[in-house]
Design a protein around this ligand. Structure first.
Ligand SMILES: [Zn+2]
Ligand SMILES: [Zn+2]
Length: 150
């Protein structure tokens, strides 16, 4: 897979949080305060990415208002391997057979994930676990249906 970056993109995020706390010093009265953009009241509405955008600021002490310019940098990165948190070796993407068990029932599935090249560790990311979850629920439903007295 190859990823070709574009100059910018739109977002459909009505309330977009970003992983940042902004420390602001009022240019008029010098009072300092922090705005946490990672959750809660401070957010960006439909921001453009990778291009300068304005941030409207005001001072809670003297009510002075001003504008700073910031940029939200967003990039798409391909992850082909991750370090193993157990042994430090590379974990690579693979799909391997895996048995899902519930009571006396079992199902064989093909499990995608990061598999360690040095130890037995497996890390599932994103939707990797969906198939296993679905099968487990299915086995539980089957067991429950069979266990229901008629
Ligand atoms: Zn102020
Ligand atoms: Zn490992």
């Amino acid at each position: 897979m190859k990823i070709i970056p574009t100059k910018g993109c739109d977002s459909e995020g009505k309330r977009m949080h970003v992983p940042a706390i902004v420390e602001v010093v009022c240019p008029k009265c010098g009072c300092a305060y922090k705005r946490d953009y990672s959750h809660g009241d401070h957010y960006f509405s439909y921001p453009a990415f990778n291009t300068p955008i304005t941030l409207n600021l005001y001072c809670p002490e003297c009510l002075h208002e001003w504008v700073s310019v910031v940029q939200i940098n967003l990039s798409l990165t391909a992850i082909e391997k991750i370090p193993c948190h157990e042994c430090g070796r590379d974990m690579i993407r693979d799909v391997r057979p895996c048995t899902i068990r519930y009571q006396d029932r079992s199902a064989e599935i093909q499990q995608p994930g990061f598999y360690c090249t040095g130890c037995a560790e497996v890390v599932l990311v994103g939707d990797d676990g969906d198939r296993a979850d679905n099968w487990l629920r299915r086995l539980q439903r089957e067991a429950a249906a069979e266990g229901t007295p008629k």
